[in-house]
Design a protein around this ligand. Structure first.
Ligand code: S3P
Length: 162
């Protein structure tokens, strides 16, 4: 079976939703940020601080290409992963891609942004980053999910598309 791939802004609920889907479908769940941390032995914050974003993005691309060869997985991606076209292609190669499109203001105000290096410049910058990314998410996605009444409802909505 094809992978189920969740994309969207940092903090929108991809990881939690991926775990719910993993339980509902009895499939393994992976998180690209966790794979990057395992591979580099550093937290995302440390990696950004010591090696810089460009290095992080290159590891992210390697991981995306490796995951393209897998199947049956639920994949939660880092929020910036779909910005590179090569990553979009990799994810779609063997996966169905869902964009969790959630209001950025709500994400920022209700989520935990402490451990996210690209969310440290305040609300306006976060919302602006979301709008810059929208076309990439749109291009990468097979389906757009907008029901966030609860993360369970979000997961159910994804299941309806399968
Ligand atoms: C990023 C999102 C993060 C992580 C890194 C960069 C981004 O993942 O990959 O901090 O560019 O949006 P989450 O979406 O899981 O927060």
């Amino acid at each position: 079976m094809k992978n189920i791939v969740l994309i969207g802004m940092m903090g929108c609920g991809k990881s939690t939703c991926a775990k719910l889907l993993g339980t509902k479908l009895n499939r393994n769940v992976v998180d690209t940020d966790e794979l990057i941390e395992q591979r580099t032995g550093k937290t995302i914050q440390d990696l950004f601080a010591s090696e810089g974003e460009a290095y992080f993005r290159d590891v992210e691309t390697q991981i995306a290409q490796e995951l393209a060869k897998e199947e049956n997985l639920i994949i939660a991606t880092g929020g910036g992963l779909p910005l590179r076209e090569v990553n979009q292609k990799a994810l779609r190669e063997n996966g169905i891609v869902f964009w969790l499109k959630r209001d950025p203001k709500e994400i920022f105000l209700t989520g935990s942004m402490d451990r996210r290096p690209l969310a440290q410049q305040g609300l306006d910058s976060f919302v602006e980053r979301f709008h810059q990314r929208e076309p990439y998410y749109m291009q990468a996605a097979d389906h757009v999910i907008e029901d966030f009444s609860s993360l369970d409802a979000t997961a159910e909505e994804i299941l309806r598309h399968l």
